[in-house]
Ligand binder design. Sequence first.
Ligand SMILES: NC(=O)c1ccc[n+]([C@@H]2O[C@H](COP(=O)([O-])OP(=O)(O)OC[C@H]3O[C@@H](n4cnc5c(N)ncnc54)[C@H](OP(=O)(O)O)[C@@H]3O)[C@@H](O)[C@H]2O)c1
Length: 337
Amino acid sequence: MSDRKFLTRCLQLANYARGNTSPNPLVGAVVVHKGRIIGEGYHHRAGEPHAEVMAIRSVKDPSLLPESTVYCSLEPCSHFGKTPPCSHLLVKHGVERVVIGCLDPNPIVEGRGKDYLEQYGIQVDVYEAPEAFEALNKVFFTNFLKKRPYIALKWARSQDGYVDHVRESVDVPAASISGPLAAINTHKLRAEYDGILISAKTLVLDRPRLNLRYFGGKAPRPIIVGSRTLKIGPKELSAFEISPLIVTTEVIPGFDCIQVDPRDVAQWLPKLLEHRVFSVLVEGGPTLQSSFVRTNLVDEYHEYVSSETLGHGVPAIAINPNSTIMLGSDQYNKLIG
Ligand SMILES: NC(=O)c1ccc[n+]([C@@H]2O[C@H](COP(=O)([O-])OP(=O)(O)OC[C@H]3O[C@@H](n4cnc5c(N)ncnc54)[C@H](OP(=O)(O)O)[C@@H]3O)[C@@H](O)[C@H]2O)c1
């Protein structure tokens, strides 16, 4: 029971850094002496000390460490990176027991942290229900296990299933579907992703800024998926605050491009990792989103449903509600805002 309580605290601590640690995982750690928390820490951002280091440093009386249990949401590392291995630190301080939320999927760790601790006589327990700890690091796990970025699709649709009127030009205004609460929530979501992806068609029709205006944090990098029929160039691409990455058959001089057939999502998606894009929010439109669904490359869905109808227009993608995370209710629609 108390293991669960202290591991839950690790989850809370880890989440303080959400959106800041990429490409590193979110990790929280707690030091417990005779049932009392005597130290806590979390990994703030890549390059900075790991959670275990922060937790050990926060302990006022280090003489208590040999009688203490250290709880970690993720297995302590065993390799020398930008910082020395945390498993070595725990051995150095001679802690009595370590409880781990889940093992690290990174092939350079993958049980080695646990083995190292055990070699030095530390009792190590891996929590029996690791799901919440793996979900905490859904991006990190997807990167290692599926060798591609984590993918979330997000869109807003009318009650009758349309994402917009059918339009040919930016001069015709887009349908107004979602309201201020949806916008705040979308920008909060954007802050958690490394990349935000749209098609050249949506770029030309909507001219979206793809930035963070209603929520703090680091804005994702725009990724524009090119078209065979629509030409885009510096005029459209220079409007972003962050220089976009373009997926295109023809290189656009002056822009960072992945030269590939944009239709072949399975081929270019893993290449985003080379550009340090470890998670992507796909904001559309629906034809592009469908190609992710068809190729089974979606990890999460966010659908906002307005209470208004459009009557006709561009149909939203159809999803199976049993297999999705659905966000979207009246509180997000424009009538409330
Ligand atoms: N409400 C919302 O949340 C929301 C969000 C985004 C967009 N929208 C609206 O959606 C509308 C556009 O949606 P749409 O479905 O017509 O177009 P889209 O999905 O934005 O773009 C589709 C086009 O992208 C190109 N493409 C490149 N790679 C592709 C791939 N892997 N799979 C599929 N297409 C790929 C193709 O152009 P080529 O055939 O020329 O190669 C394709 O016709 C606009 O009205 C926009 O305002 C609404």
